[in-house]
Design a protein around this ligand. Structure first.
Ligand code: SF4
Ligand code: SF4
Length: 165
């Protein structure tokens, strides 16, 4: 009886050890590959965070490319060169760049309220904001992609989004 109990305990312990080992091996291999690949794809994207691909920024698009096999030709700022580089990295075909998602809204600074702190200018990934320290800043609407990254940076809340013309 005692032998049977001991054998059962040893067997269960052995199974648990093997399962634990396999799980830790799997957890070490799988996420790292996916995360690393997402990082590699993200590094090839232009980091304009503009959302013209239909995703809320470059990294979410990179994750969708890797994890959901989304098309690699949705990034207008990256151009056909980026499509080629992504295709080479992922071993996929390189389709022609897709039509950009139109920019429907752009940032507008209320210049009467602007204190010239430059925070928004540093937040803009496409350099669409001009201004000098302590002087009013303004948005070059044709350069703005509507990414809204500048809005939360304004300490006097004088930036709003308006319809693109
Ligand atoms: S001005 Fe603002 S909304 Fe426009 S691209 Fe720059 S950070 Fe984005
Ligand atoms: S963050 Fe606001 S206050 Fe500062 S420069 Fe930009 S618009 Fe002006």
């Amino acid at each position: 009886m005692l032998t049977a109990v001991l054998t059962a305990i040893i067997a269960i312990t052995a199974i648990a050890l093997v399962a634990g080992l396999l799980l830790s091996l799997a957890s070490r291999r799988l996420p790292a590959n996916v995360d690393t690949l997402v990082d590699q794809v993200n590094e090839l994207l232009p980091q304009t965070q503009c959302g013209q691909c239909g995703y809320p920024g470059c990294r979410p698009y990179a994750a969708a490319i890797v994890e959901a096999a989304v098309a690699i030709n949705l990034c207008p700022p990256g151009g056909q060169d980026t499509v080629q580089r992504l295709a080479a990295l992922l071993g996929r075909d390189a389709p022609t760049l897709d039509e950009p998602v139109a920019v429907t809204k752009v940032a507008l600074i209320d210049e009467s309220l602007c204190i010239g702190c430059t925070y928004c200018r540093h937040a803009c990934p496409v350099d669409a904001i001009v201004g000098a320290h302590h002087f009013m800043h303004t948005v070059i609407a044709v350069e703005c992609t509507g990414c809204e990254l500048c809005l939360p940076r304004c300490p006097v809340d004088c930036i709003s989004m308006v319809a693109a013309r």
